[in-house]
Design a protein around this ligand. Structure first.
Ligand SMILES: Cc1cc2nc3c(=O)[nH]c(=O)nc-3n(C[C@H](O)[C@H](O)[C@H](O)COP(=O)(O)OP(=O)(O)OC[C@H]3O[C@@H](n4cnc5c(N)ncnc54)[C@H](O)[C@@H]3O)c2cc1C
Length: 512
């Protein structure tokens, strides 16, 4: 184990072509946060790490982008050269349970390749069009984080291009921080750059995408995972994979929110028992959609899922079970658990192998952000062009879930804003979304989210669970609330060491 890593020189390679035609650039000027006003100096599509190296070495400001599914404006350019990773392809399953994959591979493609070999990559976000590089850059998490953790836990190696075009290959377990908190990069010229590990303490939550990772004795790979393009361009990774689980998808209609949370707690207990070898009901993920959100879904969404529209006060849970072969024992145990919680409606079940029904149920969950985003887009078009998505990405220790939801509801009501609530309930990670009907609603919603974030931090939670910080002014403010100005300064010190010219993703995570 060492605290020093050797840097490879920039590749001797021709600079890839930079596309400057406005009609080509136009399709890369926004991400899923739909923030207006993106502009870029050009866009390039390198197809190798050497191409990335040559491009970065010669550019003034670079914004790496994947699928631009960022919900934080982190993949919306502000004048930089866009480095699209979409041609960094290639998937090869290596010996042992791992896959070597290019940064530009969409998760859906990766999963397809793995499924064909009976393998699976677990820590995927809800949006499976995201690229591998983007998910590493944001330490993405998702529903199954409950069982499997977030992206960080699955990344064994990364290949990174630094801001001067030089390259790093980082293998987990090889380079750790010194006891007094630094790493060193040794350049071929003999120059040594010291990188200080930030001194703040990260909250103890199952998922966190809140600036740079920092822990005593940490692994260098963890500094880059979750750094949102600000420290280097990830060109490829080696990810751990597992044998494809036998998955059943179950949709449970609950009479009330209280019942939904009681079912979630009971299923979490069943999962804990199963992991101790003491029960048949393994649960990988539980998603929640509250009654306010369900009323926003069109009838058609329920029809497509093969369901009747639930009563107005109902809340939905969508659970992914892993049955290890004995489906009957798992489903019997599920039935008993639901009975014990007083659930009266039979669940809709997609048995292992019934991918068609599983997809129909999972698509209902997908309809939720789509419906809310459509309402916001309509308000933006009809009421005011500055209206934007305004959403929380909060995580609390599971024992504080009920209390946190009471906080969300009370705060939004106090500020008089409409909202919808859904998310990864098995992790205590919900997404309260403001549904603004005016620009003033949006501003009040932002103030409400700031109050909520403070309350969540007081519960031992975090206001930045999985989507990252990006260029969102609100999220950057939440990061400052979490770690204080000193914490942001610690991050700036890391950035200055690795990217003194502030070339990569400037203004992402924190302002210069
Ligand atoms: C419908 C929907 C559902 C979502 N659900 C989830 C969810 O469940 N969990 C979750 O975590 N997120 C979720 N997201 C957010 C988003 O999918 C993730 O943040 C994802 O990891 C972004 O990947 P991307 O390829 O789109 O990256 P982009 O959006 O293109 O980029 C995101 C950031 O990473 C940087 N970046 C991208 N590629 C690289 C690279 N190769 N090297 C260095 N930096 C890079 C960019 O500069 C930017 O700062 C959701 C988004 C949508 C639209």
């Amino acid at each position: 184990m060492t605290h020093r890593v050797h840097v490879l020189p920039p590749a001797a390679f021709d600079r890839p072509h930079v596309e400057t035609r406005p009609d080509v650039i136009a399709s890369f000027l926004t991400d899923a946060a739909h923030v207006a006003g993106g502009y870029a100096a050009g866009v390039a599509f390198p197809d190798s790490a050497a191409g990335v190296s040559a491009l970065v070495a010669s550019a003034r400001h670079v914004l790496p982008i994947g699928a631009q599914s960022s919900l934080t404006g982190g993949a919306t350019p502000r004048g930089e050269l866009l480095l699209s990773t979409r041609n960094l392809t290639g998937v090869s399953v290596t010996a042992g349970a791992a896959v070597r994959v290019g940064a530009g591979v969409p998760l859906a493609d990766l999963q397809r390749e793995l499924t064909a070999r009976g393998l699976y990559y677990p820590p995927v976000p809800t949006f499976d069009g995201a690229f591998v590089g983007g998910t590493v850059a944001t330490n993405a998490a998702g529903a199954a984080t409950f069982k499997y953790g977030s992206t960080r836990a699955w990344v064994e190696e990364i290949a990174v291009v630094l801001s001067d075009g030089s390259r790093l290959e980082i293998h987990r377990g090889e380079t750790t921080a010194s006891p007094d908190g630094w790493f060193e990069l040794a350049y071929p010229s003999g120059r040594v750059v010291r990188i200080p590990v930030p001194s703040y303490r990260m909250p103890d939550v199952p998922k966190l995408s809140a600036g740079y990772y920092a822990r005593p004795g940490m692994d260098l790979i963890d500094l880059f995972i979750g750094s949102e393009g600000t420290l280097g361009v990830v060109t490829g990774a080696v990810l751990r994979v597992i044998p494809l689980p036998r998955r059943a998808v179950v949709l449970v209609t609950c009479d009330s929110e209280g019942q939904a949370f009681a079912v979630t707690a009971a299923l979490r207990r069943e999962a804990a028992r199963s992991r101790r070898g003491d029960g048949p009901l393994e649960v990988a993920a539980i998603e929640y959609v509250d009654s306010r959100t369900l009323t926003r879904l069109p009838d058609e969404a329920f029809r497509r899922a093969g369901l009747a529209r639930p009563p107005r006060s109902a809340a939905l849970l969508l659970a992914q079970l892993e049955t290890a072969g004995d489906d009957t024992a798992a489903l019997d145990r599920l039935g008993a658990t639901l009975d014990a919680c007083g659930v009266r409606t039979d669940p809709s079940v997609a048995l292992p192998g019934d991918e068609r029904q599983a997809t129909r149920l999972l698509e209902l969950r997908e309809e939720v952000p789509a419906a809310v985003n459509a309402e916001i887009a309509a308000a933006k078009a009809r009421v005011h062009p500055d209206i934007e998505k305004t959403a929380g990405d909060l995580v609390v220790p599971f024992e504080r879930l009920q209390e946190s939801v009471a906080l969300y509801r009370d705060t939004f009501e106090r500020y008089g804003v409409d909202y919808a609530l859904w998310g990864h309930v098995s992790d205590g990670n919900l997404h309260p979304n403001v549904v603004p009907h005016s620009l003033d609603d949006m501003h009040r919603g932002r103030r409400a989210l700031l109050d909520i974030a403070r309350g969540v931090m007081a519960m031992g939670g975090a206001p930045l669970a999985e989507h990252g910080v990006g260029r969102s002014a609100l999220k950057q403010l939440l990061l400052r609330e979490l770690y204080g100005e000193r914490g942001i300064e610690d991050m700036r010190a890391v950035k200055r060491a690795l990217d003194p010219a502030w070339k990569l993703a400037p203004g992402v995570i924190f302002p210069e």
